[in-house]
Design a protein around this ligand. Structure first.
Ligand code: U5P
Length: 210
């Protein structure tokens, strides 16, 4: 598995404001969108393109366009929804699928409660969005779901991850083609499954349900 951890002062600056508990939901949503657009730049580095000939005002030349079949963006509900706009801003032709996962706060086990995805993902590049890679249970289950639909090329974008979560996904995916793009790797998980220092519950902070 390839892991890319952002190393850019603008990303760290925006993450710092996001982490601050005084940051209100509207600002939190705006910053999440901006951060995802910055991370999406790295995450789409290997997006498939096809050669295309165009005519400039001066001459004909070769360029590229995003190849068919279109990539698919999969936000994991609910918190991943806050990342969707930032992603499709950079990849406007992508198809969007949905996967609803909920984590039992006692057992920390994820279950799927909703899905809207094509049945065959075998030649689609999949971009999964979930702001927090904590235990790795939710993202791992989401990836398993996509693998079962035939996905062979998955990139996940998370704002924050833990060493524990990264290790779990790495072990789970084995030698399959998976890339993780993270805004930062935080210190650890706490006993309640929260990322430390983290930013709290991303869904609550995005949607003001604190
Ligand atoms: N989560 C947070 N903040 C944390 C830890 C987890 O919001 O500090 C939520 C995220 O919404 C994410 C899910 O979708 O839990 C991931 O948890 P896990 O399955 O990786 O443990």
């Amino acid at each position: 598995m390839r892991v890319h951890i952002a190393d850019h002062p603008l990303i760290t600056h925006k993450l710092t404001v996001l982490r601050d508990q005084r940051t209100p939901s509207p600002v939190f949503r705006q910053l999440t969108e901006e951060l995802v657009t910055l991370l999406a730049y790295e995450a789409t580095r290997n997006v498939r393109v096809a050669p295309v000939e165009i005519q400039t005002p001066v001459t004909t030349t070769m360029g590229v366009r995003i190849d068919e079949p279109r990539p698919i963006v999969v936000p994991i509900l609910r918190a991943g929804l806050g990342m969707l706009e930032g992603m499709v801003k950079l990849l406007p032709t992508a198809e969007v699928g949905f996967l609803g996962m909920v984590r039992d706060e006692e057992t920390l086990q994820p279950t799927t409660y909703a899905e809207r995805l094509p049945t065959d993902l075998s030649d689609r590049q999949c971009f999964v969005l979930d702001p927090m890679l904590a235990t790795g249970g939710s993202l791992g289950a989401a990836m398993e779901f996509l693998f079962e639909r035939g996905a062979q090329d998955i990139t996940a974008i998370c704002l924050l991850g833990t060493p524990e979560g990264i290790a779990k996904i790495d072990e789970q995916v084995g030698d399959r083609d998976v890339t993780l793009v993270l805004g930062a790797r935080d210190e650890r998980l706490n006993e309640r499954g929260y990322i430390v220092p983290g930013l709290g519950d991303a869904g609550d902070r995005l949607y003001g349900t604190v």
